[in-house]
Design a protein around this ligand. Structure first.
Ligand code: GDP
Length: 505
């Protein structure tokens, strides 16, 4: 892309976002919507990129203009724009993974990274949290959550039980650190003993307090220069009119309170998590705008309901494991996609064909776990729900290019439960969500490949109709449309920034 076009893209974004001192970017479904790319793009308009929840279980991918991939698990994606990166108080600190990520970031962005802040009150991961997660997943049997294994749940849970340590303890009185670690060990030991007895782990896998302490103190000196009271720093920055971008981890479907509990992550992934997870006063958010990132075809990994899911979750995971060659740029992949697309357009595709087509086309592998993601149809009912709980001004729709070359795509426009159609905005509980019958409509797609298009006018008419129809149904404007993974492969609809949408009757 010519630098002139990139400059124009930035100028339009600047004009749109200039009135908003604060921006909150959240996902829409169950994560992996492409928030990394959107945050990377919009960080240029802000001076701070702030994570306010989650831990190393999150994974945001961005592709630099030089084509390098960076997956941020803890460090916000604003790093590519050299803005100050903040791991707020609501983020769970995994010191070891943070150090590894610093090394990866240096490899991608150079030795001289932008300033980074880690909150001194953030709860700290230990090996015991990971063992406890293993234990909980074992104990829950068939009802296990199938987490990413990064022990975010145990960290959050034990914080509520007031057990464990915060980052600041690593730099304070050593006796206090030892006391707190010993207390945690004593509290968890009966679980570990039982795990050893049942053969889930071996005895020597359970570290004693001194080993855990040694491990933590090994990383502490490297991190010390980043540690600060981020809430105080952010508030001062806000008062000095600094522009702040808040980046949610995961997505509303995985929010601890508003998601599909118990199949959720352990923090707040909705916009309301931003004040809580940073210590910023609610009043400051009068100057904020919420942008939700939605992918054209939602995906889910792990356990939990997914009403618009196309095919079998386990089989999707296994399919990706059995066919790694299809998730790399190989001739096999191209052939596979051609054959499946032909089946789809001939009206002969099964659910399996559709799901595998989108899974391969979208490289749907978890950024943290490498598990194959299960794909679903766009879900208008779910969109109504997440709009209600997040209050977005706009959507960024990513991966719109994935619908190119199809005659039509099914979209879930309603749910029926026990034979009755639900009202938009209603959301059944987790158990009922497994039972809802999706009401499906086929929406027209287009022949042309729209990959890389950055001008709304250049979109095929059917693609524009698709966007208009979606906006009308959900009542929220789509400001950004992703047409490929790279930073510049995006359409900015300045007209959508201004006009309100007419909601369909
Ligand atoms: P995140 O956690 O929400 O950032 O999502 P992921 O890390 O799973 O990223 C989603 C993937 O989609 C990344 O590989 C992105 O480069 C890619 N991506 C983002 N936007 C688009 C888009 O508009 N089209 C295509 N084809 N890929 C995209």
């Amino acid at each position: 892309m010519k630098s002139g076009s990139l400059w124009r893209l930035s100028a339009r974004l600047r004009a749109i976002f200039a009135p908003f001192q604060m921006l909150i970017v959240t996902g829409t479904y169950w994560g992996d919507e492409g928030k990394g790319k959107i945050v990377d793009l919009l960080s240029a308009m802000y001076q701070y990129a702030i994570r306010f929840s989650g831990g190393a279980g999150a994974g945001h991918t961005l592709v630099t203009p030089g084509g390098q991939k960076f997956i941020g698990h803890l460090i916000p994606c604003g790093i590519a724009r050299r803005v100050r990166c903040v791991l707020g108080r609501g983020v769970f600190s995994d010191l070891k993974r943070f150090c590894t990520e610093l090394d990866v970031a240096k490899g991608v962005f150079g030795e001289n990274l932008p300033p980074i802040w880690v909150d001194k009150y953030s709860p700290v991961w230990t090996q015991w949290h990971e063992l406890l997660e293993k234990w909980l997943e074992y104990a829950m049997g068939k009802k296990r959550v199938q987490t990413t294994g990064k022990a975010i749940g145990p960290l959050a849970g034990l914080r509520i039980l007031r057990a464990g340590i915060e980052v600041r303890h690593l730099y304070g009185d050593p006796r206090l650190l030892r006391q707190r670690l010993t207390g945690l060990y004593v509290a968890l030991k009966p679980c570990f003993d039982e795990m050893v007895r049942l053969g889930i782990i071996r005895k020597k896998e359970v570290w004693g307090p001194s080993k855990v302490e040694r491990e933590l103190l090994e990383h502490a000196p490297r991190i010390e220069r980043y540690v600060t009271d981020t809430a105080s720093g952010l508030f001062k920055a806000f008062c000095h009119r600094a522009r702040l971008l808040f980046e949610a981890a995961q997505a509303p479907g995985l929010d601890i309170d508003l998601g599909t509990w118990p199949y959720v992550s352990a923090g707040h992934s909705v916009a309301a998590g931003a004040p809580l997870g940073t210590g910023m006063p609610l009043r400051a958010f009068a100057r904020a705008v919420v942008l939700m990132v939605m992918k054209a075809l939602p995906t889910r990994v792990g356990a939990g309901p997914f009403p618009s899911e196309i095919w079998d979750r386990k089989k999707c995971e296994q399919f990706a494991l059995d066919h790694p060659e299809l998730f790399k740029d190989t001739p096999d992949r191209i052939k596979f996609l051609r054959v499946k697309r032909a089946l789809i357009n001939a009206g002969r595709a099964t659910a399996k064909d559709w799901a595998q087509y989108f899974q391969v086309l979208g490289y749907e592998l978890g950024a943290t776990t490498g598990r194959g993601r299960s794909v679903g149809w766009m879900d208008i009912m779910w969109l109504h729900y997440v709009i209600r709980i997040n209050g977005p001004r706009w959507f960024a729709l990513t991966r719109f290019d994935m619908l190119s070359g199809l005659k039509y795509v099914p979209v879930v426009v309603g749910y029926k439960l026990d034979g009755k159609r639900l009202q938009p905005g209603d959301m059944p509980d987790t158990d009922d969500l497994y039972r809802v019958e999706p009401i499906i409509e086929n929406w027209k797609c287009w022949d042309e490949d729209i990959t890389g298009i950055s001008d709304w006018k250049a979109l095929p008419y059917s693609a524009k109709q698709f966007i208009w129809k979606l906006e009308k149904l959900v009542g929220v404007r789509i400001l950004l449309i992703g047409t490929g993974p790279a930073r510049h492969q995006i359409i900015v609809r300045s007209s959508a920034a201004k006009k309100k949408v007419q909601i369909a009757a």
